[in-house]
Design a protein around this ligand. Structure first.
Ligand code: GLY
Length: 260
């Protein structure tokens, strides 16, 4: 299903206190804001209409990552339940902005945990990462919401040094394509979509398979030049964007927007 609309949120002054698994250096707050503005400009350039641009909340340092507090399944908005207490509260703020756009609102409830970054939604299947942020109770709740809507569900177990499934994989509805790291590619061997593998390294380029597209225009993270090269070879028009400051706090590109 093609998506035209996006929601984003400006990074706050406290983004340098965002959660992280490893110390990858201090976040430069001003640079993060510049990178975010550029990213939003490119989202518009490739054809998205940013219908909601939320203002920052310094009490919620990770709230720029609007991907996590919700999962969107067509007309159904699923509000998730975030694992880390530091992030709780983001759900309510996002729901206020999104609710008018959806007919049906469902929720992941206590004790279930799901973060949107762990949920890859294709037209037919939800691939759900079992991680430190998304647990089996949450996965079962989400499956019970998604299956009556016509989706299959498949769980993918993540190693402890990965935050979210989608750090390594994204779905591109207009070209029916999944971009993934070679490590995760076998998980999609039965998928109906074209699979494009993008080798990544463990530095900031580790999010190279996480890209956002509209038609044959695709935004890649400039920290992974390999992504640009491979995707150009497949005929995409590539728009590299520097997201180094978000990468430092484990944020991949798709964490910065929700699409519907
Ligand atoms: N910094 C993103 C997260 O840990 O949730």
């Amino acid at each position: 299903m093609s998506q035209n609309f996006a929601i984003v949120r400006t990074p706050g002054k406290t983004i340098n206190r965002g959660l992280r698994i490893f110390d990858r250096g201090e976040v430069d707050v001003d640079l993060a804001r510049e990178q975010h503005e550029k990213f939003c400009r490119v989202l518009k350039d490739i054809g998205y209409n940013i219908v909601v641009w939320m203002s920052s909340n310094d009490g919620l340092p990770d709230s720029v990552f609007v991907e996590d507090p919700a999962v969107i399944l067509g007309d159904t908005l699923v509000m998730t339940r975030l694992a880390r207490p530091e992030r709780r509260g983001e759900e309510k703020e996002l729901e206020k902005e999104l609710q008018m756009h959806f007919q049906n609102i469902q929720r992941i409830t206590d004790p279930g945990l799901v973060e949107g970054g762990d949920v890859l939604v294709t037209d037919d299947t939800l691939y759900i990462g079992l991680s430190k942020r998304t647990d089996i109770v949450g996965i079962n709740q989400l499956s019970r919401i998604a299956e009556p809507l016509g989706y299959n569900t498949k769980t993918i177990i993540l190693p402890d040094d990965r935050l979210h499934l989608k750090g390594e994989v994204t779905y591109h509805p207009d070209t029916n394509t999944i971009t993934t790291t070679p490590r995760l590619a076998p998980e999609f061997k039965n998928a109906q979509q074209r699979i494009i593998e993008i080798p990544v390294d463990d530095g900031l380029g580790r999010f190279g398979a996480n890209c956002i597209s509209k038609g044959n225009k695709i935004i890649t993270t400039s920290e992974c030049p390999m992504a640009e090269k491979i995707l150009s070879g497949y005929g995409y028009e590539v728009f590299p964007v520097d997201l180094s400051e978000f990468n430092k706090i484990d944020g991949a590109m798709s964490c910065l927007a929700k699409f519907f």
